[in-house]
Structure formats: C-alpha cells, structure tokens
Design a binder for this molecule. Structure first.
Ligand code: ZN
Ligand code: ZN
Length: 163
C-alpha cells in the first residue's frame, strides 16, 4: 500500500509498504477514507519531535472503515465507520485512570500513531487499543464532519477545559 512516511532530516515521501496486520488482541485494522494534516506532522518534518521513528508512516487524525479486529476488541466490528483518536491508550495505567491519556505508559499509548508507530496517511492503519482509540461515526454524519474529532477538535476542547 502507499504510505506517506518520515525518513528523518526533513524528508517525507510516499513509500510502498505492506498492509498492516493485527498484532495484539486489542488491535483493529482501519481502511482510511479521509485524513488530516496536523501541525504536529510539520513538527516531525522539521525534526522537532525526537521520538518520531524514521520510516514511520505519519498521520494521526483520520476516519475510515473497520476491516478487521483482534479477539479482544468489543466496541467495534468490521464494516463500521469510525474516527481514530490521536491518543491510543490502555485505560488502566496511573495516567489513564486520572484522564491523562496522553501520558499512557503502554508502548502503544499516548501519541503513538504517526509518530512511534505507523499512522494514517496511508491506505490502511493498525490502531492499537481499538476500544479506546476508535469511535463509531453515527449515521448521517459525514467523514468530513467527523474527521476533526480525532485530534483538532478534541485538543482544542481539552485546552479550553483546563485553561
Ligand atoms: Zn495533531
Ligand atoms: Zn494507560
């Protein structure tokens, strides 16, 4: 599949990569239908996100259709339209229990997608912790209307509530 990827030193380019597969019981595979570009993607390009892994597919706000789920996923099923959250999180660690999911201590927790693990500027994306990382798009809501709930709207809302 085609995947827009980061190679360090300001280099971003389309790459051919194998499609993602289920690795953990909590994973889902989502076929991406629409994705955004976030300022944080530009921060990666400019080298100001040291934890971004060279070779990673960028993109952390997208919507799509669930293609497959691991055995531990209960919230979504194949065929459902979903938004993907920028923060994927375990829901159980100290930080998650206090609502600070961006600090989730799980290896796939916090801002992982499109930074430490392959993200959504691609045809397909593996979403870890799918029960917390995905939300079902209600009927009648378009991809365009739902897209910004994954990062930009949620981040702005969060900032407003803590200011
Ligand atoms: Zn972002
Ligand atoms: Zn956690």
């Amino acid at each position: 599949m085609r995947a827009y990827s980061y190679y360090g030193g300001g280099e971003l380019r389309l790459a051919d990569k194998p499609g993602p597969e289920i690795k953990e019981p909590g994973d889902a595979i989502v076929r991406v239908t629409l994705a955004s570009i976030c300022t944080s993607d530009l921060h990666i390009e400019h080298g100001s996100v040291p934890r971004a892994v060279p070779g990673v597919t960028i993109g952390h706000e997208m919507v799509g259709v669930v293609e497959a789920v691991g055995g531990g996923v209960t919230k979504v099923r194949p065929g459902e339209r979903v938004t993907v959250n920028v923060e994927t999180y375990c829901g159980e660690c100290f930080f998650c229990r206090h609502g600070w999911v961006n600090n989730c201590t799980d290896p796939d927790g916090g801002w992982a997608l499109g930074c430490r693990i392959d993200g959504g500027l691609a045809e397909y994306v593996r979403v870890p912790h799918a029960d917390t990382g995905l939300d079902i798009i209600p009927e009648g809501v378009t991809d365009e209307q739902a897209l910004l709930t994954g990062d930009i709207l949620a981040t702005g809302y969060w900032a407003a509530t803590i200011s």
